[in-house]
Design a protein around this ligand. Structure first.
Ligand code: SF4
Ligand code: SF4
Ligand code: SF4
Length: 249
């Protein structure tokens, strides 16, 4: 039986999630033993149009990116979004809150009009094509990556937590950072990171995206308990949950 063919692609991102894959070190050799990696710009020069599983890092920010991801989708049997940039638009989506010409000028100054800097509203991958599985986080958790890929190679559906970070945080016996005046997004954010941030005394800022059915009533109770408002909470949701703002599209 031939090995599944895997291709890894990147769009707008910092490539930190791919770095997490590389950080798997010896475990990556086990994965490579049961799959053929046929394209991965960060690690090899070969390219291929023939693959079963496409792993996509980065968000979609240009018209040509949309065309490219549609072609990848048409070639792949399974498409996996890797990391917050791909799963929810990530930090890149912050720019959707501003006029895009102003964003370019702010970053590139007098070079802002160069044609290769043309940009559009940032989209998560599933805003352009169907995504079969998501590996959340900024960056991803390398162990979760290995787990998801192993499941896919075995033909099994990976189980991704559908409960909030608070569950993992409480299980670890952490003191809630709300007690220290921090606005933590743990009650509405998808678990799976082992409550990485609150476990070191820092609030969760929502990098794994929000759970599908957040307990809004409980979240409101927490906000009220600490004398804050929903607007206070929303102000902390911008980094990884930017709503679409003004556009020049
Ligand atoms: S999700 Fe975070 S770590 Fe991963 S590519 Fe995007 S910015 Fe980098
Ligand atoms: S620190 Fe954050 S994740 Fe932990 S229990 Fe408090 S709100 Fe939940
Ligand atoms: S605690 Fe929140 S911000 Fe930190 S890694 Fe987990 S989901 Fe991301």
């Amino acid at each position: 039986m031939s090995k599944p063919r895997v291709a890894i692609f990147d769009f707008a991102c910092c490539e930190g999630c791919q770095l997490q894959i590389v950080n798997l070190e010896e475990e990556i050799l086990d994965l490579l033993g049961v799959a053929d990696v046929v394209e991965w710009r960060e690690a090899m020069s070969e390219q291929s149009h023939d693959y079963d599983i496409a792993i996509i890092e980065g968000s979609i920010t240009r018209p040509e990116d949309e065309e490219k991801i549609q072609i990848i989708r048409s070639r792949a049997k399974i498409l996996v979004a890797l990391g917050a940039c791909a799963t929810i638009g990530g930090i890149n989506k912050l720019k959707n809150n501003f006029d895009l010409d102003d964003v370019k000028k702010c970053v590139y100054k007098e070079d802002a009009d160069m044609p290769h800097l043309e940009t559009a509203m940032t989209k998560a991958v599933d805003e352009v094509v169907k995504v079969d599985y998501k590996i959340h986080g900024c960056p991803i958790d390398k162990k979760e990556f290995a787990y998801v890929v192993k499941c896919l190679l075995l033909g099994k559906k990976p189980e991704i937590p559908e409960y909030p970070v608070c569950v993992e945080c409480k299980a670890q016996g952490n003191i809630c950072v709300w007690e220290r005046g921090q606005i933590c997004l743990g009650p509405i954010t998808r678990a799976g990171c082992g409550s990485r941030c609150p476990s070191v005394g820092f609030r969760c800022f929502g990098c794994r995206g929000y759970i599908d059915k957040p307990n809004v009533t409980a979240a409101k109770d927490v906000i009220e308990k600490y004398g804050l408002t929903v607007e206070d909470l929303k102000s902390k949701m911008v980094l990884f949950g930017s709503a679409q703002g003004p556009t020049n599209e």
